[in-house]
Design a protein around this ligand. Sequence first.
Ligand SMILES: Nc1ncnc2c1ncn2[C@@H]1O[C@H](COP(=O)(O)OP(=O)(O)OP(=O)(O)O)[C@@H](O)[C@H]1O
Ligand SMILES: [Mg+2]
Length: 460
Amino acid sequence: MKLWHRLALAFSGLTTLAMLLALSVTLAVFKHAQERGLDEELFERAATEAAEVTLLGGRRLNIEQAPSDASNNLVQLVKYGAVFAADGTLITHTVTFGDRTPALVALGYRPGGALPFRGFDFVFGEQILRGVLVRVHTDPPELLLLAAPRDDLDSDVLYLLRAMAMVFCAVVLASAGAGLWLGARLTRGIKRIAQVARRVSEGELGARVDDASLGRDREIVRLGGDLNQMITRTQALLEAERRFVSNAAHELRSPLSALRGELELALRHPRTVEAYRAAIDEALGDTNRLVDLAEDLLTLARVSALRAAEPVAAAAVVAQAIAASGARHQAAVDTDVEPVWVIGQSGALVRLLRNLIDNAATHAPEGSPVRVSVHASDGWVRLAVEDDGAGVEENVRQRMFEPFARGSLEREASGAGLGLAIARDIARAHGGELRLESPAHPTRFVALLPAVAAASAADE
Ligand SMILES: Nc1ncnc2c1ncn2[C@@H]1O[C@H](COP(=O)(O)OP(=O)(O)OP(=O)(O)O)[C@@H](O)[C@H]1O
Ligand SMILES: [Mg+2]
């Protein structure tokens, strides 16, 4: 069953139920009020009658003896009366009862028992009468039964019931219509959103939900907005992935073609041992570049799966990073390291810092040191790497954290432009962040990493 049919059904079902409940309660209250009204009239009339019966010695009833047509007034309806002795023996009755006056026991009264404090119904011939039983203060005491037909009362209830049935049918029809309309209105927006989702899943990434077509329901409009946002993000991710793959292929192709060129050249003519050695050396250099690139790509792919695990001493990370990067260049590294601990994965943190030191060392002017500092504050460890080079080129700043983004200096060197992308991913995988705090004079990159609380670090 379609969603909007279900909604319509639920709406009209609930409305019908509520209506049914309200009408039943109204009818019950009305019926009860009518009965109480009749009972009051009957008791009032019975009291008057009982007083008269007392006066006349219990042998006469003052009630009209013959049926009358003028029966609009409730009092006029009281046509049935009978006087009983305390033991239930019939003493006198109106002609309307004829010889079919009901016995007290048949009315549910046991001689000597308590009198019913409300009216009661009983069958008389083909009609139902409502009667009351009161005590007549004669000596010995007698009982007076006074009754009136329920017809009038029942016809009022029936009239109300008919009116209610008509209202009920009208409301059920209206609520079914309203339910269908409401269901269609509510699901219209969802249908439009589903259409867009389907188009996107079929590959049409340019599809967007048109806000204006969603109506005014805030939740639906928000859902449409969220979907649009999700599509935009997915599109950006897919584009980034495509760019990444084509950049990676390009980066792999350059050293591979160089390698092939060198090997082909070496094979073209017979050469001296030295010339072969030189060619092999060059080929080895290209192979190393390829291995480095493959390792960087692998690191980048694995960083997101990194799980920060143990407290790591910042001083150890700095020492290892300097040692690892020192193998590549000769720039001096000045350090200012507080004895703090970081929660993380030691190897990855060393890699992060090494990438920053490598970059700084590449850009630092001859004889100028790279400065590495580690300080803790507010639960964070601030790891800064500074150099006095010319700074990050302006056109690189926007994209430098993206894979394969490189400045003009690096384009000629061997770097693939993955260093900062890897470093930022590592920082984020640790719940931290990597920022360029100062783009020039000095150039300063800062990694913020979650610190270990002093007490737990002391335990280590
Ligand atoms: N300390 C720095 N001073 C000036 N420019 C920098 C500095 N660090 C990074 N950059 C700029 O950011 C670019 C991206 O750096 P990243 O480390 O990602 O790549 P790379 O160093 O070129 O190559 P790789 O790190 O993969 O060997 C660099 O090419 C450079 O232009
Ligand atoms: Mg680098």
